[in-house]
Each structure stands twice: as C-alpha cells, then as structure tokens.
Design a protein around this ligand. Structure first.
Ligand SMILES: Cc1ncc(C[n+]2csc(CCOP(=O)(O)OP(=O)(O)O)c2C)c(N)n1
Ligand SMILES: [Mg+2]
Length: 586
C-alpha cells in the first residue's frame, strides 16, 4: 500500500470522487491539505461567509448532480455552516461538509475554537464520518462521498486537526455508486393496474424526477395516459412548461389550473416526491388535495412512502426506472382512460388558458392593506412597481437556458406562478428549510458548476441584506451572475401576518435601505435601479448578456408594499391577551 500523509489521503480521495471545486474559507486547521488542492485539480473558492459556501456547495450539486463540497476552519467556521447544511438536507443535495475539529489532544479542555462539532449536524445530515484515527482518513472520506449519493443528502466529514499529519499506508477506495431499481414487482404491477382503471389520472412530477433525470420517462408516461402533470412544490423544473400536459406547480402561490385538475383526480401518481406537508396546503382559497383519490407514491427513500399523505400503493424505487416499468406494464393492460384522452386534453387546455388570463389580469393585489399601500405610495416621491407585473415581465425576458434561484419572502413566493422551465436542474428555491439568504450563494454555486448557463437569483430586500456580501465573491472569483432584488422596504412576508392577525401592528417590519445598486457598485459589480415597468425586461436581458463578459449585475426593482397571500395562514391564530395591560393587543 502506498505511503502518504493523511492530508494526501484526504485530497486523493476527493480527487477519486471527481471533486474539482470546493467552497469555503481557509484556515490553519486544514492548511496542510489545502496546500495540495491545486496540484490535485481542486479549486478552493474563497467566500465571504461560510454559510455562503454551504449554499454554494448545495447549488453546485443541484445543477450538476455531482457532490458539492465545503470546508472551513474548526469552531466558528463550522458553526457558520449549520444553516446551509440544514437547507441542503431539505433540498436532498449530496453535499460533503468537511469540518476540521479542534485537536484530539485538547478537545474538552476549552481551548481555542473548540466545539463538539458532530451534534450540530446530527439531524441535518445523512451520515457523519468522524476520523477517529488518521489511518482511516481515506476510508471515512470515501464513505462520506458514497453516503451522500446513496442517501441524497449532506454528509459531514469531521477531522481532528492534528490528524492531517503523520505517515500512513493506505489504498484510496474506489467510489461506490449503487444503481437503483424500479421498485418491487408487486407494487409496480398494482400501480399500473390502478392507473389502467383510472378515469382521471394526474401525475405529480417531483424533485426525484429531476434528480434521477426522468423527465423524458415522465413525459412518455403522461403522454400515454393523456394525464395532466403538475410540478410538486418548488420543483417547477420537473416538467417542461411548454408541454401541453404541463399544468404548473402545486402549493403556495402555485397554478390554479394544476390545483383544479388534481382536485378532480381519481388516481394520482406522485412520482419522485415525498409529498412534503407544506407542498399541498390549500391555496387560492382551494383545498384541492383529492382526499378520495387513490395515491401511488414513488420515492427512492422507503421512509417517505405514506409518511405525509395516505397512499394506496407505495413504490420504493428510482423515479426514472419506475416510470419506465409502469409504462411497460400499462402497455400490456386495458387502459380505461385512453378513450377520453381528447376530452381531458381540452379540459387541460381550458384550465391553463383560464389561469394564464387570470395571471395577465392580476396586475396587483386587491386586499385592503395592499390597496392602502398602493394609494399611499402613489403620493410618495418616486415610482413603485406592482410585484406581479414585474414578475410577468421577468418571466417574458428570461433566457431559455436560465438557472434561477429564489429566496424566501412574499414576492419570491408570488414568483412561483411565473417561473417556468424547459429543462431540469434549472430552479433552485429555498426548499422546506425556508431560510432567507439562500438564493444568491446558491446561484453562485450553480454558476460554478455550469458556467455556460445564465445564472439569476431573486431575493427580497430583507433576504438580500443577509446574503449580498457574496457579490464580492462573484467579483473576486469571476463568477458572473445576475441578481434581482425586489426592493419593497420591508420584511414583507412576515409583515403580512401582522396585517392578517395583528391588526396592522407593525413591529420591526420596515426597512429603510440604502440603494442596493450603489452597494453593488461599491462591491465592484454593476448596479441598476429599475422603477419603470418597461425597463424590467431589458434590464434583465442586458444583465444576462453581461454575464458572457464576466460581469455580475445587481438589479434592484422598486416595488410597492402590497403583499400577496401569506405563507402560513394555517400556522397562526388570532392573538388572545388575558392581562389588562395588553388588552388592546387583540
Ligand atoms: C434566516 C431567516 N430569518 C427569518 C425568516 C423569517 N422570514 C420569512 S420571510 C421574511 C421576510 C422576507 O423579507 P424580504 O426578503 O424583504 O422579502 P419580501 O417578503 O418583502 O418580499 C422573514 C423575515 C426566515 N425565513 N429565515
Ligand atoms: Mg422586502
């Protein structure tokens, strides 16, 4: 067995797993390994804040299907990773988070940058590898890479910092990549039979369809059945939007057409989706989930089957292989709904047309608060745009190859209705973890993985404040992106709850910001302020073109303070106050 140092074993194992890029901030803890990153073909991209590095690793893996890697200094560098790793966990991203730890000989003595780093990540990783002896560096590193792919999620590689040094004899393990199958014979057959007997089958295309590269197979199944296809929440890139059977996303601020169609389903095929609890909440005043329908759920993680929604058949398998198998089986069966393909096709077209028309006419929000804000702001100096109109213009100007990341906020959520994609691995929303500050670093990581594609992030002004410093990473490292900032001078999404539940008692909701275009220029990027609707599309197009010249652009769009429907009406209650001094706060 070749003799090497543990640092060499680590770096050789990264190289064996195809790592070419890593995100992080340098530190003495892993300097010995970092020193040989470049000769091993690994670029370490220095970021502004380690949270950014974690999100970049997430975006990188989401666009490429490869591992995302992040690394930082023990202690504070590692605690800065926590939010990003939690987000990657809920995005099912194979991120390997390398966490050098305080030295093994001083752990527990309260030295510099000491922390117990495993408990931080215990519930937000699929596997935690701790290098308990330097001789096991390659083995444990390799396992972290294998498990991240096997289980579709982040893993942690924890290394006491003194274990980078020494001499070991070790063979670098070959990556283990396990092929997934379609699922159990019996469950696939039952699924095919349910679909064959359905009158009104509807397909939900989920993140698993994107991850297993199954869009074509999903399309073939949908076309065979003539079934409408809805995207699961925040997976708008799981089916091509130009396809006649595409009906848009379910869930918060999703497509009314999709919701109406699924509400009439008698059989639902949930392909590659865990049917997360937030993804099927009532929307637009519609409780659309078809409670009496038979649900077939396909997920490669058996623990997700039937977890949230009652199911009739659970298939533990790969979305792509399962779709192929179900179609093959259907071709052997008498398929009831084939006769009504034409009529169902017309129904789909009619619902989609109605929704498009509604979106075209839905220029601004019409609730009392929004109308008050619009009237009030009409008197103010400057002009402010209606978010929905802005989102429509952005949609129209979006380049075909665009990768878009979205943040958490009111306008970003409303954007769900207007974000349509032709190909998978194009849409990177802050998934169920829902952290503000997600979008910019994530799109930077995506751009590193796919420099030939156009990279666009959306964020509200509040979320932007949490993340905008990573524009410096774009400029320093020549990673050109386009960032749209919806500047409505408020933490809008949360303020909406104060409108709906707290009688407009606004606490800590207003933001008086400097010009984000000025800040962008200060960081060395281009900065553009847009306050006329006709400038929205051209500004986006110009900024996207500028990416080809290596330029990063921040486009701040001045928006009114109107607010769309809230996130979680279901999760709040009207306030109750028992104490006399708070009696006015009801
Ligand atoms: C890290 C983090 N902190 C706080 C929240 C709670 N939160 C959700 S949306 C939101 C407001 C976002 O405001 P902004 O980015 O300006 O977008 P807007 O709602 O105004 O469109 C806040 C504070 C969160 N989701 N994540
Ligand atoms: Mg805002």
């Amino acid at each position: 067995m070749p003799r090497m140092t543990p640092s060499e074993a680590l770096v050789e194992t990264l190289a064996a797993n195809g790592v070419t890029d890593a995100f992080g901030i340098m530190g003495s803890a892993f300097m010995d390994a970092m020193d040989i990153f470049a000769p091993a073909g690994i670029r370490l991209i220095p970021v502004v804040h380690e949270q950014g590095a974690g999100h970049m690793a997430d975006g990188y893996s989401r666009v490429s299907g490869r591992h995302g890697v992040c690394i930082a200094q023990n202690g504070p560098g590692i605690t800065n990773f926590v939010t990003a790793i939690a987000a990657a966990y809920w995005a099912h991203s194979p991120v390997v988070c390398i966490t050098p730890e305080t030295g093994s000989m001083s752990q527990g003595l309260g030295g510099f940058q000491e922390a117990q780093q495993l408990p931080f990540f215990e519930t937000i990783t699929k596997y935690q590898g701790h290098v308990a002896n330097p001789a096991r560096m390659a083995e444990i590193t390799a396992r972290c890479f294998d498990r991240a792919m096997l289980e579709n999620g982040p893993t942690q590689l924890n290394i006491p910092r003194d274990f980078f040094y020494g001499d070991i004899n070790v063979e670098i393990p070959q990556p283990i990549r396990i092929e997934r199958g379609a699922g159990g014979e019996q469950s696939l057959q039952e699924a095919a039979e349910l679909l064959a007997n359905a009158k009104n089958p509807v397909i939900i295309s989920g993140g698993g369809v994107v991850m297993s590269d199954a869009v074509e197979e999903c399309k073939a199944l949908a076309e065979f059945l003539g079934a409408p296809v809805v995207n699961s929440y925040l997976h708008n890139d799981s089916f091509p939007a130009s396809h006649p059977l595409w009906c848009g996303p379910l869930g918060y601020q999703g497509s009314k057409a999709g919701m109406k169609l699924i509400s009439r389903a008698d059989v639902v095929l949930a392909l590659g989706t865990r049917l997360g609890p937030f993804g099927t909440l009532p929307q637009h005043g519609m409780d659309y989930w078809p409670k009496d329908a038979k649900i077939i759920q396909v997920d490669c993680d058996a623990k997700m089957l039937g977890l949230v929604k009652k199911i009739s058949v659970g298939v533990c398998g790969d979305a792509k292989a399962a779709a192929v198998s179900m179609l093959k089986r259907l071709e052997e069966l008498n398929v009831y709904c084939l006769e009504t393909k034409g009529a169902r096709g017309s129904e789909i077209a009619a619902e989609k047309a109605a929704w498009e028309q509604e979106l075209d006419e839905w220029i601004h929000e019409k609730d009392d608060y929004s109308l008050d804000m619009i009237a009030e702001q009409a008197e103010e100096e400057g002009s402010f745009l209606h978010p929905r109109q802005v989102l429509r213009e952005l949609e129209k100007a979006m380049p075909e190859d665009a990768m878009v990341s979205t943040d958490i906020g009111n306008i970003n959520s409303v954007a769900n209705s207007y974000l349509r994609f032709e190909k998978p691995r194009s849409f990177f929303a802050a998934m169920s973890f829902g952290n503000c500050g997600y979008a910019l670093p994530t799109i930077i990581g995506a751009k590193v993985a796919a420099p030939e594609r156009t990279a666009i992030s959306y964020a509200g002004d509040g979320a932007w404040g949490m993340s905008m410093m990573e524009i410096m990473t774009c400029v320093r490292e020549n990673i050109p992106v386009t960032s749209i900032v919806f500047h409505n001078r408020q933490w809008g999404a949360e303020k909406k709850n104060q409108v709906d539940f707290y009688n407009r008692r606004f606490v800590a909701g207003d933001l008086e910001n400097p010009s984000f275009a000025d800040i962008a220029r200060g960081m060395g990027a281009e900065g553009v302020t847009v306050d006329r609707l006709e400038d929205v599309g051209p500004a986006l197009k110009a900024a996207c073109l500028a990416q080809k010249e290596g330029k990063t652009t921040v486009i701040e769009i001045l928006c009114t303070r109107e607010l769309g429907d809230p996130f979680r009406r279901d999760a709040l209650s009207k306030p109750v106050r028992h104490l006399e001094k708070y009696k006015d706060y009801c």
